[in-house]
Each structure stands twice: as C-alpha cells, then as structure tokens.
Design a protein. Structure first.
Lengths: 428, 428
C-alpha cells in the first residue's frame, strides 16, 4: 500500500471515529485546537519567519510572485483572528444529525433523513498558511476526515500548524484524522483515490482549480473562474450605476467576485453608461470594448469576453435589451455572480429569474458574493458547479445525508400479501 | 459543431425557457404530455410490437438476454400507469423557487437561496421504454433540459414516446428541450460535454453505471453496486431474523437493495443464525460461507464478500460483535443499505450511528430502500455517491440552488468606510 493511500485511509477511518463522538466532545476538541494554536504562538512564529525568509529569496530570483509571498506572514494579529475564529466554529450549532425529513411509512415503520459527514476530504491550498487551521476546524466541526496539501512556500509554517492541531486531537480521535502531504507527486497520487476520498476542495488560483478538475474523478468543489457581469439596464440610476461599477471592479480587482465585464443597455449608453465608463477610466482602469462601445467611448475594440482580468481592467459591451444581456452572460460568463442595476422592479425580477448563475444580484455590488458577507460563518469556498453546493459554501457544503429506517420486523413481502400497507405521513 | 453538441445545447437552452415558465404553464404542459401519451396508444402499441418481435429474434440468437427482453412490452396497463403517474407528477407541489434560506444582511440588503433546476441532464436507460416518459416528466417538473439515450431493443418504442412528448411541448418550450439519441457513439460524445451537460443518470446494470462513471467528468448520479448486509445481533429475535433475511434476499434477488451478505453474531449462530441459514437453504438459496460459518452450517467456504450475486445466493460470515460487523460492512460493502436485527435499542442506535451507508435500517428488510417506498413520489434513482443526493432520490435530486440578493446600491466599499454595516438576521 502506497503511503498516500495510507494517509487517505487514516483520514477516512479517523473521520468515522470523529463522526461518532458526542457533539459535546467534538466541541471540546475544537476549543482544544484553538487553545493549542494560541499556546503554540512562538513555535508558529519561528517556523513562519523561516518560511518568509526563504520565500523572499525565491521572490528575488523570480521563482515565486510577490503577491503569493505577501500572503505568507502570520503576525500575532492573524493568530488572534484564527484562535477566535476556531472558538467561534466550536460554538456553532451542531451540524450533524439534523433531521431534514421524517416520514412515517406506515404502522410502526419510521424513516428519517439526517445530516451526516461526507467522509474524507482533500483540501489543496496555496501560500496562505492560516487556511490550514481554518479548514481543519471546519472538517472537525462537520465530522469529516481531511488530507491537506499546502504550498511549498509555507512548508515549515504548515508543519507546525498541523502538529499543533494533531496534538489537540488526542485522545478523542486518531492523529491521522487530519493528514498533511507536501509533495506535488503525492497530490497526483491522491487525486487517483476516487474510492477513498469523497470531495476535493482546491483553494487557490484558477489554474490550480482547472488542473485539479481535469485530473481527478473525485468531485471538485470550487471555481476555476469568476467572469462576473454588471448590467446597466435602461432604468439604471446613473449615480448608483457608477457606485456599483466602481466597487465591483476596483474594491479588490484580483477577487473572483470582481466585475470583469460591464454590459450597458444602448438606451443609457450616453447617460449612466458614459458616467460609469468615465469613472472607471479616471480610476485608472484599462477598458476593452466591443466595436460599438469602442466607437461610443473612444476605447480600444479589443474585448475578449471570456477573460478574467483579475486586475484594473474590464471589458465593455453595449447590448440592445435585457434578453441580449442575459444571452451575453450565458454565452461568456462563468456562472459565478451577475448584477443588474435598475429601478424597474419587473426587469429586475426577469433578470434574477433568467440568469442561471450561482449568484444573481439587483442593485448591489458583485463583491457581496462571499460566505462571510452572506452570513454563512466560515467559508469553505465558492462553487460554480451545479450540483451539491453552489455559490458561497459554508459548513453545509461538507455535509451529506443518510436515511435511517426503524421498524419491528417489517418486510416488503407483507405489503404484497396484504398484511401491512404503506400509509405515508411526512412529519418533517 | 457536432450534432450531439447541438442536441446538448438545445436541451440546455430549452431547459432555460422551461425554467422561466410560470408554475401553472409547466403544470399544464405536464398534463398535456400525459394526455398525449394516452391519445397516442395505438402508435405506441404498433412500434412496441415491432420492437418485441425483433427482440424475440435477438433472444433466440442469444444476442440479448431474456430478462432484458421481458422488460420491453408496453401493454395498455403500463400505459395507464404511465399516464396516471405523469398526471400525478404534474399535480405535485412546485419544486422550483422554494426559499430554502433567507437572510437580511443589513439595512436594505436581502439575500435568498432558492431551489433551481440543475440545467441539462443526460439520462441513459436500458430496455424498459416506460422509463422514457417517466424521466421526461421529472425533468419537465424540475425545469431541466434533458438528453435521453435508450436501449437498442426499444428503439421504435422510444421514438414514438419521444415524438408524442415533443408534440406536447409546443408552443411553450422548444422541441429540443428533450433530445433523444440512439447510437452508442453519440453517448461517448455526450459524455465528453462536461461544460454543457450537468448531470448524468444511468439507469441500468451495474456494468453500465461503472462504464459511465469511468468515462466522464460530468457528475454521475447512481449506483454501480448494491452489496447490502443484514446483521443478526446477539439480541436478534429468531423469528424476526428469519422473516427479514428471507425477504431481504428472496423478495426480488436481482434488485440492488437485496441482501448479498448475512452477518451473524457468534453468540446467536446456533439460534437465530441457524434458523435464518436453514430457511435460506430450504428456499433454494446457494450459500457461500467464511471458514467459520462453513464449519458451523456445513456450507461451502467460498464466500467473496464483494460479490453482488443478484440471484438466489448469499455470502455468510460469523462476526464476534457489533464493531466487527460494522468493520466488515465498511470493508466490503458498497454503501447502499444495511440492516441490523436486534431488540437491543442501544446496539441499534450504535449501528445506525456507525455505519456510513446511504441507508441504515433497524428491524426492517433492506428491500424498503426505494424512492416509492420512502414516499418520495417518482424515483430518479438510488445514489451511493456521497455528494449532492444520497440513497433513493426523488425530484429533489434534479434541483440545485441559486442565491438572489436585492439591494439599493449597496457596495462593499461602504462597509469599509463605515457608511453601512452588516447586521445579519436569518429569517428562513
């Protein structure tokens, strides 16, 4: 048995032990993880300083980006937030064993559908080592085994964080419940284990997500792209349009929920449209138009509508009406988040009903598409997939269900012989 | 563009039109489908007779199994059931647009999570042509586009059923909303379209399901195997044990929810165990034991515990206690359905909590694991996957969710500048 297979098996088996703990013990375990990190600050700081130092060299040699390196440091304030966040996850209401449906099937036969852990998760993340304890806490809360793979820049920080968490697991669950791998080859091997691992969650660049989606049969929760749209409808208020467009594009251009394409209805291209375009231009945003918008606004006619700029740049297109806007979004979008700006309630409703993206907004910035902002507590990720979980995903995305049936010797033969009959009464 | 790509695109686009219809119009459309099938009986009968005739030749030449051929005929009684079933699906409560969660994020910013169609489905089924209208009705009810691939034996029946359904779609939704393909090569091409098709549902043999799982990146809803267990605990009532074991194995041995392995706790191997084993033997069931059970009951010591016999045959193992039974199930089972027979409530609870199969039963036959018996209405399939939907799946398995956010010009920048603040109030 290969070593990664052993790691995956240990996570699956450990998850089963974890799932059988009482809610109180799982909660206590999480508080122990938080306290362990709190007490381990000096160990974390030492390892992190070494990672930061060696990464600085990689940045100067050009083998790693400055943006990636910037996410590496773990100052005391970040540890504070981590510790507080995990105590908060510990105090969340118990997510396991919730009765989602309950039906009496007939005399003496009771069916329940209850929330359950998925089983064993593989989470692959880049650079940010504070992701490790956050993810581990969510897996522990939801009763799942976990295999983690961090970035090579953060290898020392990750080892210490992982060691501190593992120490806190004892004696309730085996140390292997949360596994850590470091080599890329191990990830490739893990991605083959579709009978053992139940869900892969990549947290990182679109390239990472796409690579994983294309190299595994394990279901992947995530999003490779965020090509988000803001659509200025004929009834868009010019002031609101400018505010939303600037926020959606420039609040944090590298975010997946930032606007990449601005769709302007022809009727308002000289009013709300021009005002928004001018505001973007003055804010230093590079604009890429279709032929019509290039002509109207004097910008380059070089838009590629499938591009996620992730920067101070945007595509602009002029559309004839709402249906054309929806068609554009369906043709070029990534199914992440789209927003209509309008005072026309009817048009807004039609937009929200017609666009089949994970998030559809009316008069709000696309930047609200986020688990924290949605009030989900900790965020597992944002999914543009259409099954299981969609859009910003909280701890619910780490759960599945099981059916429990309790009887008194009931058989299907008794139904056929007329000795017992179905009489369904859905109670929950 | 290849023709299958065009078929898939038409299904996706048609699904979008379907999803935007009012609930009343979708309901009326479904009633029209049912009435259309009712009125088309003679066309169906003619095509089906031709299929039955040509299949009879394939059976005599050995190129098709008699079991498969037996599922082909569509007598008037089956059409009656179909018509009635589709009227019932039409009258089900609207599954789309249900508000699953609603949160006020802060002053004037309202978030809702609503049930939505998945998008475009691919359903592959064998032989039974009555599956076609059933599946089409479920897709229509849930607002999904659909591509169907039926068995070659039923090609004429499927064509007529598909034509009758397509006629009933007009004028509300395009004819391509429900597509039909016939050639195997087309299925291979469709399985490549993971950007266009959102879910594959294979309805047929385990070999079919396994083949599809191994040849697509589209999520697959189904089960390749049903290796179900009945476990006779130390406190099993011998009479109840016999009743449940006989029903679980022999009510319909070819079903995926039939028992394949009987686990007997050592403490009752001479009482409840022997009685159940004798009853199986007398009913003509071939028994395959582990070494101990072979010795105790005088049966062959040739059990392969991963085998799904699908016939009047079963594996037998003697286990030391509940933990050993759970370990056996986790090691050899397929995660479908397992049942404990016991009068010990504490042991039953522990079994239901520990076994992580889709269905876990206490004192009931495994044969109850079925969408109809669970009271889900029409069954989409039984899933042994761990994400999205698990166990018997009703129309809910064809749904996903979307997030809708309504504001009044809200920006994330306003949070940062202190002009607006989150104040989450979950309402639903």
């Amino acid at each position: 048995m290969s070593s990664v297979r052993a790691i995956a098996l240990a996570a699956r088996d450990g998850g089963r032990v974890l799932a059988r703990l009482s809610s109180e013990r799982r909660t206590a375990l999480l508080h122990r993880v938080a306290s362990g990190l709190d007490a381990g600050r000096s160990r974390i700081a030492e390892a992190n300083a070494a990672d930061v130092e060696s990464t600085a060299k990689m940045v100067s040699s050009g083998s790693i980006s400055a943006a990636l390196a910037a996410r590496l440091p773990l100052p005391d304030t970040k540890i504070d937030a981590l510790v507080q966040g995990i105590h908060a996850i510990a105090d969340q209401p118990e997510p396991l064993g919730k009765v989602l449906r309950a039906t009496t099937l007939g005399d003496g036969l009771e069916l329940e559908q209850v929330s359950s852990p998925i089983g064993a998760l593989l989470v692959i993340f880049e650079s940010r080592p504070d992701a490790l304890p956050q993810i581990a806490a969510l897996a522990l809360r939801s009763g799942n085994g976990l295999v983690l793979k961090g970035g090579r820049e953060a290898v020392r920080s990750n080892r210490v964080l992982h060691a501190l968490i593992t120490e806190a697991l004892s004696p309730d669950v085996p140390a292997g419940t949360i596994g850590l791998v470091e080599a890329r080859a191990e990830v490739s091997a893990l991605l083959e284990l579709d009978g053992l691992l139940d869900l892969v969650i990549p947290r990182g660049s679109g390239a990472l997500v796409k690579h994983i989606q294309q190299n595994t049969r394990i279901p992947v929760l995530g999003h490779a792209e965020g090509v988000c749209h803001v659509y200025l409808h004929a009834d868009a208020d010019p002031e609101m349009a400018e505010k939303i467009v600037l926020d959606a594009k420039l609040d944090y251009p590298a975010a997946c929920n930032a606007m990449e394409t601005l769709l302007i209805e022809r009727a308002v291209c000289e009013t709300a449209g021009r005002r928004a375009v001018e505001a973007l231009r003055q804010a230093g945003c590079v604009l890429h138009g279709d032929i019509e918008s290039a002509h109207v606004y004097g910008i380059a006619a070089d838009a590629h509508f499938r591009t996620e700029y992730g920067d101070r740049a945007a595509s602009i297109a002029i559309v004839s009406d709402l249906d054309a806007a929806v068609s554009h979004i369906h043709q070029y979008g990534s199914g992440h988040t789209e927003s209509i700006v309008t005072h026309d309630e009817h048009a807004a409703r039609r937009f929200l009903d017609s666009v089949d993206s994970a998030c559809v907004f009316h008069n709000a910035s696309t930047r609200f598409a986020d688990g924290y902002r949605f009030g989900l507590g900790a965020e597992v990720g944002i999914s543009t997939g259409r099954i299981h979980a969609r859009g910003p995903v909280g701890v619910d995305g780490l759960l599945t269900t099981r059916w429990r049936l309790r009887g008194g010797g009931h058989t299907v033969g008794a139904v056929k012989s007329g000795d017992w009959a179905f009489d369904w009464q859905q109670r929950v």
